[in-house]
Design a protein around this ligand. Structure first.
Ligand SMILES: [Zn+2]
Length: 145
């Protein structure tokens, strides 16, 4: 399958197959005026199948949130049709207002206006703990607000 090359923008690659659409929606790419492509189930030597998002515009992405969603994703920055930079992601040490603590006894459940802050406690298992009640959560797109 051929998708037109992008001129200036981003190629978000190595997205786990099946999660591309949720990342596409998280980036609100359904509402943008420039060319975007979501390519699903692309054959990949290493991953079997993967999703790819191509964005023909230089947009700002919160890379710490993208790393929280999936640190194995890679981002290629394209200028004049050439990849000039590859951005590799990692799990951020801390995320704020990305996921919500679901513990009903947590202060964030009973009071409004408190930021939902989580700190990385286990990088291998991609586990985060609520700053207030220590409830554990796994990083990933499923949990994104
Ligand atoms: Zn909590």
């Amino acid at each position: 399958m051929n998708v037109q090359k992008i001129k200036n923008g981003l190629v978000i690659d190595h997205i786990r197959a099946g999660t591309g659409l949720r990342i596409f929606n998280w980036l609100k790419l359904d509402k943008v005026p420039f060319s975007v492509a979501l390519i699903m189930n692309v054959s990949s030597k290493h991953m079997g199948k993967k999703d790819i998002i191509k964005i023909d515009n230089e947009i700002d992405i919160d890379y710490s949130v993208l790393g929280f969603i999936d640190p194995n994703i890679t981002v290629n920055v394209v200028e004049d049709e050439y990849v000039i930079r590859k951005i590799s992601l990692s799990l951020p040490d801390r995320v704020e207002n990305v996921i919500r603590c679901l513990n009903p006894r947590c202060i964030t459940s009973s009071e409004t206006g408190i930021p939902h802050v989580f700190r990385l406690v286990d990088r291998k298992r991609a586990e985060y703990a609520c700053l207030y009640c220590d409830e554990l959560y796994r990083a990933g797109i499923g949990e994104v607000l």
